[in-house]
Design a protein around this ligand. Sequence first.
Ligand code: ADP
Ligand code: MG
Length: 672
Amino acid sequence: MNNLQEIKGLGPKKEKLLNSIGIYNKLDLIKYIPFDYLDLRKIYTPSTQNIDSTICLKVKIMSIGKTSFFKGKNRTKLVSLCDDIQIDLIYFNDRFTPRSFVLGEEYYLYGKLKFNNNRYFLNNPKKIEEANLKIIPKYRTKKGLNQKDIYKFIIECLNDIDISESLPSKLIKKYNFQSNYETYKNLHLPDNFENIIKSRKRLNYEAYLYNLLSYKYFNFSSKKIKNSLINVDKKKLKVFLSNLEFNLTKYQQKVLNDIIKDLESNFSMNRLIQGDVGSGKTIIGIIASYLVLESGFDCVFIGPTETLITQHYNNYKNLLKKFGIESYLLTGSTALKEKKLIKNNLLSNKAKILFSTHAAFEEDVAFYNLQLAIIDEQHKFGVRQRAKLIEKNPELNLIVMSATPIPRTLSLFLFNEENISVIEGFPLGRKKINTIVLDYSYEKKVFDFIVNNSKKGNKTYIVLPSIDESDDSDLNSVQSIYKKFTSYTGLEAFILHGKLSADEKNNAIENFKKKNGSVLISTTVIEVGIDVKEASLIVIYNSEMYGLAQLHQLRGRVGRGKVESTCILLLDRNKKTAFKRMEIMKNSTDGFYIAEKDLQLRGPGDILGTNQSGIQSEIDIISMENNKLFEEARQDVDKIISDDPRLEKEENSILKGEIIKSMDVDFLKRLN
Ligand code: ADP
Ligand code: MG
């Protein structure tokens, strides 16, 4: 029933590609919602106002030129008329489309209107069937899996799937939501934008509700009595601290005191450490680990990416070794044999501290006596993962760290006031970061600027939203910018993204660190915690794709050393609302202020970990209402939990069912 292969035209190859973007069954497919829409209902005419806009035009073909060839490339020019205005249609490296036009016939074309030498033209415009002059959803694609495929599969799926209701009728009525089925239908087959907005609202509300509700349901914020007592040996602590290359700042010292108090108390610790990018959170986690290890218990230090956790492991293993502690590293790409050894060592109490990615949540990673878990960049993890840890030890002491400041409205709901510690300021001081917002017409100038930066011996990050080039996406990719950048500048550049092997990733980072004036072209994997002091320039493509908090994180990769640093945000000149949002980035480097703005503009998805893709939807109107929606969800949760804390009442059965289901969602997906 729910099997992907039942869909016409969907073979094992496409299924594998779908799996790689997290789609394992029909329901997942239905939930793969568009990130944006093309409005093809309006037909435009060429005018100066429309230059550089991507629009739909109706043209009449007046002449079809011969194809010319040059260095293995080809180019065909057609001349057309639209409202008596001449538009040239230029096709590069596409000999098929030009030949499909008939002289004198009319066509609907879609493309970016350009104007040069007193002439309008379109580069590689797409032909649109008259039947498709409507609102067309845009999906994230992948090499081998294009818009058309995804759309076709989804539409087919919509026709034969039962989508059960995931909200109690009381809440559906309260907000006048549409049914679950209608909601998804409106997103994939929209008649108008009002319905799209309505549907997005429901999905956002649901995400907030379930996130907050599971938090309360699993009782993460309430006090639990613990049996394993931890005695902090102050003398040993002093020796440990004297082995650091620096003295803790007074704020770090204060946070450490909070932690010591927690460790020594009779209740399990559940502490949030907030501190802006570069405020020095990691060492606090390491010290806490040391204290717990010295009391004879085990620790796990968890980070969201392999790159980050490997960096932590490499940075701190020698320090721990000085105190006779052997560190272990477990990630998705740890060899099977090594994995087995680590797991055995954990069980036999030989391995006491594990640095790990999500791998640590797996059931067969069992510790001898795990008493402390540290989750770095906690917003990258969901409630479910926390539950997995608590499963390992219900009395576990938990430290979560976040550089995306959590606005007070939210943090007070998730943690108790006394469980929040803040590291203020920066131990090394921070160099000023200048932020510049530019459209793509400045790309070459930006490249020149990078060359200049390299000549001075400083390092540059270039950040892209996708890895591969894809035909039908207007996102820039690591591959395409790599080609463009290296051929234009003649400079060498290193590449980093999630699909590389662990070795390749390490090499890229090592090379980037080692070489003077190096350039790293990367996806947002560098966002979390990568610490390279000589990096003084970061260029972010498609910056409209990210939330402000995420941009703040990315920007925090520079300004860590001695040099004054620059952040360049690139975006399409047509993205007017996004330009406005970027003003906030330009005018502030205060993480809390930016986070508060982000919450107002986009709701708490990034902070709660409900926006796992990290990708910003371009439908800005909706985001404006997210904060209100969140506030409503919060109040609903308060009411539900105070009335029925274990969700035992019949009216709450859907809620409970969804929470339980979501706790092991990956596992269930593979069963279906
Ligand atoms: P973040 O809070 O972003 O995770 P890190 O823990 O990566 O910050 O720390 C940033 C840098 O500051 C690291 O290189 C770390 O070694 C250094 N650092 C941390 N605390 C101090 C300190 N008290 N004095 C000097 N340097 C410090
Ligand atoms: Mg960090």
